[in-house]
Write a protein that binds this ligand. Sequence first.
Ligand code: ATR
Length: 268
Amino acid sequence: MKKWYAVIGDPISHSLSPFMHDYWFEKHGIDASYIPVHVEPKQLEQALHSMKLLGNSGFNITLPHKQAAIPLLNELDETARIMNAVNTVVAKNGRLKGFNTDGDGFVRSLLSYPVDKDGALLVIGAGGAARGISFALSRAGFSNITITNRTFRRAQELAEEIDSKAIVLTEAESNLSEFNTIVQTTSVGLTEEALPLSLTHLGSGSVVADIIYNPLETPFLKESKARGCLVLNGVGMFVNQGAIAFEKWTGIRPDTEGMIKLITEKLG
Ligand code: ATR
């Protein structure tokens, strides 16, 4: 029987996930379709119940439901528990299990670049995204992580959890040249021409990553590139979080490099 997968969110029409998963299903000869479903917060419980009734095999969850869905699931994987947010659900035998593939998606994307796991790595931000990414980096063997954040207390709390260190923004700014890898996880640059911190002291040899993918080049990446750094936008993270979900559903590891090119063209 034809399987069906979905992404639920509010809004949902802008989502690139249907394009990506349908492309992979077709490429791998899997008889399945992936549909965007507009679900408002008040409909979330009913929507998840319907997934079970209607024989859904798996779905992605996007804003604003990533947290609210947690108590409505039957089981939660460690990755979702750590982030307190779910972006991927596997549906099997009438049960829903939640995962979060964002952190590991980011790490896979970063590892396609020449990064040194023992080099000094700076995470900018201490919110939900930073949390998932920091735990995933730590699990992947990055051994020298420093967290900085506008609200220092949150950086301290996160650093303590992953046994790393926290520094205030001004200290990060003046010591930027010491970091081999810099990871920008805040929403700064998404809608405004602003930087999360000053890049005056950025050296030229660092790898600089931003998790934002629309715009493809945030002011943060533009300036880092101008200063001679190797830059990585959030398309790789988006594609890899989807690839990990696809693997959970089908057991197949899809091509990510080709998909990164396609998504970049779409957003360009
Ligand atoms: P997400 O789940 O996307 O990470 P979040 O949990 O609300 O969202 O976290 C947002 C992150 O972006 C936080 O690190 C936040 O800093 P604070 O902890 O100080 O709020 C950071 N952030 C948001 N707007 C910012 C701004 N204008 N300047 C600097 N940091 C900002």
